[in-house]
Write a protein that binds this ligand. Sequence first.
Ligand SMILES: Cc1ncc(COP(=O)(O)O)c(C=O)c1O
Length: 325
Amino acid sequence: MPNPSLLNLLTGDLPQLAATVQHQRLNWRVADEAGVAVYLRRDDAIHAKLSGNKLYKLHGHLQAYFESAHSKQPIASFGGAYSNHLYALAAAGQILGIPTIAVIRGERPKGAAPTLDDLEAMGMRLHFISRERYKLRNDQALLMALNLELGEPCFWVPEGGAGLLGNTGCQVLGASCSEFLQRVTPNESDAYVVMACGTGTTFSGVVNGVGPSVQVLGVPVLKVGGEYKAEIAAAIGANTRWKLLEDGHCGGYAKFPEYLLKFMVETELEVGVQLDPVYTAKMLYSLATAIKQGKFARGSHIVAIHSGGLQGRRSVEKQLMELYV
Ligand SMILES: Cc1ncc(COP(=O)(O)O)c(C=O)c1O
């Protein structure tokens, strides 16, 4: 029987949970000098394994699973060998006693793969497919073929917990940021939310969930083009108070130039919060750059979402240790 508080985390009232998340006012020199208030929204602290944006994205998919007629099926989803999403799904499966399957892009890495080891330790079954096949992950035909290969029909969650259900959960996150900003600033023109974007599911949900007075800035952690922006715009609809800071990728997805890691270590020491190199370090780096460029008026209030992903620190652990000493 799962621990009732964990069960509640996964299946309980999402707005109520979102309202408990702390907004930590950062003592951050770059913000202080510019006269702006930055609040780090500590979604990373929700739960050791199921934290950040993952819970918001998974919540609706899990509800749909429980409402489905076949809720004894395994839940299967897609991701890379370091996926935070698969990590959270494996944790959810372990907590709820549901079998989970990861369909992983490419071959098993030859060297150490701590995330994959953790997935297996949490009871998740791993299934590797070629990169070519992986590109078809949103095609029904591939899901059918995988059901046969895996030996049972699965309940499929899109890569990263994307889709309408993921977007809807992230609207709750947006609404909660707005509620906080309304409490700290009466002035509608100076309220911002900043966050990292991968697939853009969390971002589009947040934009759909915030009130009309809040401007949302997304930092794609990969190089993006017109198609990416068009997909986000299509998922957003009417709200136009959003913008992507497109230069924040620091060379591309999972690229960690030394200046980024140095920034990450210095910021962690300064504000006393751990970051992850793939998402939140790039998000704060871009925010710091925008603040220094004078993009925010004095007196602005900025919520920066700490979307978790700390297990991903292990991919740069050695470089970080060298910078810390
Ligand atoms: C820690 C972290 N932050 C941000 C994101 C970006 O989320 P999305 O793919 O919804 O844009 C992800 C990916 O899920 C993530 O793992």
